[in-house]
Design a protein around this ligand. Structure first.
Ligand code: GUN
Length: 282
């Protein structure tokens, strides 16, 4: 039976480390990292994510500002809010919660955020730097995945990893970060043929397609490490993309849903906010 990698437990430990670092920064700089989050509209999932981000910031001793705007906000107004936050020396991290209403061009908004304050790591410059293996702000969910993998103590170098999912937020950056750790990486997706054969070769499987039961026990090599990024609601229950109960018998390590990758995303966001703060004051 595989060991469960608890994102909840790991997050608690790392968030305490972040809190201690923030305390030390306060002594040195007489200032704490300040994250500004812009939420346009009232999507219930977005509202709950934004609240969770604020709670985590405050608990870590950081400053949090949420800017709430009506669904009808014009694109130009949002760009002007971002411009003000970019110029505000008291704000170290800027995050615009996605998705945005249809009439706003998400790319334009992401491009407008100062890449040095881009705690999401979504700005084209941060993505380019990440691809080049240069220092950058890395997207939160893939960073959390790497932190979880490292927490197991397994050697990542030379391992075969397969990522199922090619999104800009998870799949693509996870591939880059795993390559940075010297894994051999394959990216599969919803149209991939022979997924089972490909998964059976893998030492590490990262499932990030958003479809329950995408990875079943017959697709997993004995002793593989399974990272489940999926969040799906099935019969009112929250489940990931992998068949957890069957696979946990075969895997060496597996992440649960909930309590796995989810909490790690906000933890990485806190780490990114500390990073942007240091970048601005040092
Ligand atoms: N919506 C869902 N996930 C994310 C995220 O990581 N960042 C932002 N800004 N919006 C999101």
């Amino acid at each position: 039976m595989g060991e469960i990698i608890s994102g909840k437990k790991l997050s608690k430990e790392i968030r305490e480390q972040v809190r201690l670092e923030v305390e030390a920064l306060k002594v040195t700089y007489n200032a704490v990292p300040h994250l500004a989050v812009v939420l346009v509209g009232s999507d219930p999932a977005s509202e709950s994510y934004v609240k969770a981000k604020e709670r985590a910031c405050i608990k870590a001793g950081m400053k949090s500002t949420i800017i709430l705007k009506d669904e009808s906000l014009e694109e130009a107004e949002l760009l002007s809010i971002i411009d003000k936050l970019n110029k505000d020396e008291g704000v170290h991290g800027v995050l615009v919660q996605l998705p945005l209403p249809k009439h706003i061009d998400e790319n334009k908004v992401i491009d407008a955020i100062d890449f040095k304050k881009d705690v999401d790591g979504f700005h084209p410059l941060n993505i380019a730097y990440m691809h080049m293996g240069r220092e950058a702000i890395y997207p939160a969910t893939p960073s959390g995945i790497i932190t979880m993998l490292k927490s197991t103590g397994i050697e990542l170098k030379g391992k075969d990893a397969i990522i199922i999912g090619r999104s800009n937020i998870v799949g693509k950056p996870a591939a880059m970060l795993l390559m940075k750790e010297h894994c051999t990486v394959q990216i599969a997706h919803s149209r991939t043929l022979n997924l089972k054969e490909k998964c059976l070769q893998a030492d590490i499987i990262v499932a990030a397609v958003g479809r329950a039961n995408t990875v079943t026990e017959d697709m997993v090599k004995e002793g593989a490490v399974i990272i489940d990024v999926g969040v799906n609601r099935v019969d009112g229950k929250l489940v990931g993309d992998v068949d957890f109960d069957a696979i946990k018998e075969k895997a060496s390590f597996i992440t649960p849903v909930p309590g796995g990758v989810g909490p790690m995303t906000i933890t990485s966001l806190l780490q990114n906010t500390v990073k942007t703060f240091k970048g601005l004051v040092e």
